[in-house]
Design a protein around this ligand. Structure first.
Ligand SMILES: C[S@@+](CC[C@H](N)C(=O)[O-])C[C@H]1O[C@@H](n2cnc3c(N)ncnc32)[C@H](O)[C@@H]1O
Ligand code: SF4
Length: 339
């Protein structure tokens, strides 16, 4: 296991602690805030298979990041469970360190059949996205007519396999703001923490407008009016969710206020796209090609030096600079870079 004296800091003093790895840019949903159908329909050009990092390449890149002080790996996409035999990759990554936090974000569609294999392979926990318990609203948001019940089935299967579960809810004005209280009610007392996420201007296709954002403070007020809440101190520097607990002891919720209360100052995350580009911000326009280094036959030391150089130069703080105008910039899509 690598120790923290290898920790590197960027120009704003932020350590490199988390790595998000996108394993595919494809998805079986077309969430209107992420991969809207009119843009990502049949004609969209997804990455050809040979351009994706192989499991061995991902493992190699991840091991270099772990050597640089990363202690949390999140597998994402696109929909990561579309990547065949994902549990094989999970086992490879789990072997990189006993204390690694190894997690996965999924839409839950394939989770019921995969949960046990993922847990057995060494996944430490899972985050499942679910934007409403109302079938009509949920189907309108995923835009492929996918029912709520099957996602709930996935969540139950994950819990039965012993995986701690978080539930992610993206809130968009006029769409699912009325679903917020019901979701909080459904998961209170289950041990699954729900995290409500402000609709963000990721990518260039989701038609983001500031008016569509339901501020986290409003979400907390709405839930607090139904169930008494109190704030919880952050568990560590860089925690993205602001946490609240139910006063009656029935659990916690979180809100991720990346639009109204940006947290760039504490951002310790790097991201690898499915084709092996390193991004130091979710809102980046350009990545650094690690795949080229990996496939050139270079030694790990060279790969480590390239990653180190990128992190040491890092200046990103997009969310703190965001305006209606920056929202329209040409940024990479979240399905590609990994949410
Ligand atoms: C890009 S998805 C990838 C993993 C998986 N397909 C899923 O949906 O959980 C990761 C997370 O990003 C969230 N997300 C996608 N687009 C977003 C947006 N425009 N604003 C805020 N969150 C978004 C999703 O709801 C999900 O929780
Ligand atoms: S949020 Fe996840 S499930 Fe929805 S379209 Fe994006 S990648 Fe797919």
């Amino acid at each position: 296991m690598h120790v923290l004296d290898t920790q590197i800091h960027d120009t704003l003093g932020r350590p490199l602690r988390d790595l998000r790895i996108s394993v595919t840019d494809r998805c079986n949903f077309r969430c209107i805030y992420c991969m809207p159908k009119e843009v990502f329909g049949r004609d969209y050009r997804f990455l050809p298979r040979r351009e994706l990092l192989t499991f061995e390449e991902i493992e190699r890149v991840a091991s270099v990041f772990v050597g640089l002080g990363v202690n949390k790996l999140r597998i994402t996409g696109g929909e990561p469970l579309l990547r065949r035999d994902l549990e094989v990759l999970i086992a490879q990554l789990a072997a990189l360190g006993e204390d690694l936090d190894l997690t996965l974000t999924t839409n839950g569609a394939l989770l019921a059949q995969k949960a046990k294999a993922l847990a057995d392979a060494g996944l430490t926990r899972v985050t499942v996205s679910l934007d409403s318990l109302d079938d009509e609203v949920f189907r309108a948001m995923n835009d492929v007519d996918f029912p709520v019940a099957r996602v709930l089935g996935g969540i139950d299967a994950a819990a039965a396999a012993g995986l701690p579960v978080k539930v992610n809810v993206v809130v968009k004005r006029g769409l699912n703001e009325d679903s917020v209280v019901e979701i909080a009610r459904r998961f209170r007392g289950t041990g699954h923490t729900v995290r409500f996420i402000e609709f963000m201007d990721v990518g260039a296709t989701n038609g983001w407008r500031l008016d569509d954002v339901v501020p986290a403070a409003e979400i907390v007020r709405t839930i607090g009016a139904e169930f008494a809440l109190e704030p919880v101190e952050p568990a560590y520097r860089g925690e993205v969710a602001e946490r609240y607990r139910y006063r009656d002891g029935s659990g916690e919720i979180g809100v991720i206020a990346s639009v109204t209360q940006p947290f760039c100052g504490d951002c310790t995350r790097a991201r690898i796209s499915a084709d092996g580009k390193l991004y130091t911000c979710l809102f980046a326009v350009r990545g650094h090609d690690l795949r080229a280094i990996v496939r050139s036959g270079a030694a790990d030391a060279e790969l480590e030096e390239a990653i180190r150089a990128v992190w040491l130069r890092r200046t990103d703080r997009y969310s703190e600079l965001r305006t209606e105008e920056t929202g329209a910039l040409r940024k990479v899509e979240m399905s590609y870079i990994g949410g």
